[in-house]
Design a protein around this ligand. Sequence first.
Ligand SMILES: [Fe+2]
Length: 307
Amino acid sequence: MHEDLKDIEGLEISFHEKSKRIINIKIEDQVIDRLIFPFKKFDVTALEYKPFTRFTIAKSLNDITSGKLQNLFISILKNRETGCFIISPKNVSSKVDENFLIKLSTAITYLIGNPNHDAMAGKYYARFHVKHEDISDSYLRKAYINMDLHTDGTYVKEKTDWLLMSKLEEENVQGGETTLLHLDDWEHLNELFKDEIGKQNFIWGSPKSKNIDYKVEHPVFFKDKKGRAQISYIDQFPEPKNMEQGLFLQKLSDTLEESKKKIIIPLPVGSAIVANNYFWLHGRKPFKENKNLIRELLRIRGSFFNN
Ligand SMILES: [Fe+2]
């Protein structure tokens, strides 16, 4: 399917060992080395304050990869058979530090589309820690609780076509793997997609930490241009208005979590998962308890340039 794209110089492109739906892209040292100079031109603050600089580093990334990376990203994400890739430096050297990873993630996303303003962070990206102790109001930072399969952007007005999750740091970690499920692999898709309740408007709110002061309404399931199922769902934020909606969400939640088709992936530091947000669900397994647990993720989500 991507056979013709598999020979981009400086990249190793293969199917992920856990699933042929996920494309693995390894960036060889020669590309990393050539990125150092253009990435040095802007510090992270410049990227935050001057949006056009993000396009500049994205272009550098694309130029260094024979001008082919942008098409590869978009074709993977828009292809229903795949829709997901994991991209990482082949070798994580000292050059690949936190700032480098923020820039790399920025460059990747600006080849795909426009990131949304992340209200939680007040920027085009958000960084968040998971630690032993937590006083927050959502599952995002609760280390020892399973984060159920969900999509992003359920409670905001902005279109959320795709998301990127990049691992910046991890220490004293056991567990906490990323879980992924492609909608077409889910055993109960036909049954629940057919259910009229799923096509009703639900109300979606969010807790304080998300900094969203409005609620939105949309159904759980909707169709793409070809009539295929797409989903916008997370367990914590829909506000069912009657028994039918409540029971529908319970069934959805149970059958997603019970799925045998979940893919469980440990995401190493330096790696980023990028997925289509309409037919891939993502979550996280609980971490093993450890007082010194540290893990930091960066996330960016947004819409495609061309829909
Ligand atoms: Fe998420």
